[in-house]
Design a protein around this ligand. Structure first.
Ligand SMILES: [Zn+2]
Length: 273
């Protein structure tokens, strides 16, 4: 996959495979992406157990829920999927919610299930005309999902850099509030705060653009300190980076890192010292 293909891609599957192949697919952000996709089908969840599975999965992503809670939430949502009668997609959407509460990412694909649930919304017949409509809606939803993936994983061919001297306590509080309350309508205010301290245009463009922002949005993560690697020079944080060269530390804490990078075609080489 090339950079232009990444930016234009309308299917999250090859994008996820690309990230995985390059060891850029960390559990936290994949979880948040799965949850964001299922949240788009929130109105189709006919049972509280489905909502609970997604909420627990999001907490688990940030280290705020125990693995036992995750397992219970998934089992409850799967049970609900078997029990809830209703539209043809009522099983699919609950299975998607259960799938989002994964311990290991295998089995049910919550991203695919969520897209299918949305594609079949309002369609009750399984005849040819309905299948045709569902096919078009499925492609549209997969394209939306690809956009969400770019919100979270940004552009793996390009690093986004945040100068730590730009960060102010108010700005960090704003980013954390946006994340906690999902008030992504306040992204333009975050852009204003970043612009006032001389932030680069590409971060501002992201905040002010038309694309949807979700938990895991790379700008919110960078500013709030949830993601990104700190590069240190002589013990001083020189810059905070997210992008192709960044791995997420298992402890979810930014780790001191000095990245040496080079790029050959679509392959990256790097080393940490
Ligand atoms: Zn965003």
């Amino acid at each position: 996959m090339t950079e232009s293909e990444w930016l234009a891609c309308t299917d999250p599957k090859p994008m996820l495979e690309f990230l995985d192949r390059h060891d850029l697919l960390d559990d936290r952000r994949q979880r948040l992406f799965d949850c964001a996709c299922v949240r788009r089908a929130w109105h189709l969840l006919l049972d509280q157990r489905g909502e609970n599975a997604v909420e627990i999965a999001e907490k688990y992503a940030d280290g705020l829920a125990h693995i036992a809670e995750l397992r219970d939430a998934q089992a409850d949502a799967f049970a609900a999927a078997q029990q809830v009668p209703g539209t043809p997609n009522s099983y699919t959407v609950l299975a998607a919610a259960a799938g989002a509460a994964w311990e290991f990412r295998s089995g049910v694909d919550p991203v695919k299930q969520a897209a299918e649930a949305i594609a079949w919304e309002g369609l009750t017949e399984k005849g040819t005309p309905a299948r045709r409509i569902a096919k078009v809606k499925l492609a549209e939803e997969r394209a939306v999902q690809a956009g969400l993936l770019r919100d979270i994983f940004v552009n793996p061919f390009h690093q986004m850099i945040l100068d730590p001297t730009w960060l102010t306590p108010d700005m960090i509080d704003l980013a954390r509030m946006i994340y906690d309350k999902r008030s992504f309508d306040q992204m333009p205010q975050l852009a204003d705060a970043l612009e006032a301290v001389g932030c680069t245009k590409e971060l501002l463009t992201h905040c002010r653009g038309q694309g949807q922002h979700v938990r895991g949005c790379f700008v919110v993560d960078l500013v709030s300190g949830k993601e990104g690697y700190q590069e240190r020079l002589d013990g001083v944080i020189a810059k905070i980076v997210v992008g192709g060269m960044c791995h997420t530390s298992p402890s979810r804490e930014p780790i001191p890192i000095w990245v040496v990078q080079s790029r050959k075609g679509s392959d990256f080489t790097y080393r940490h010292t």
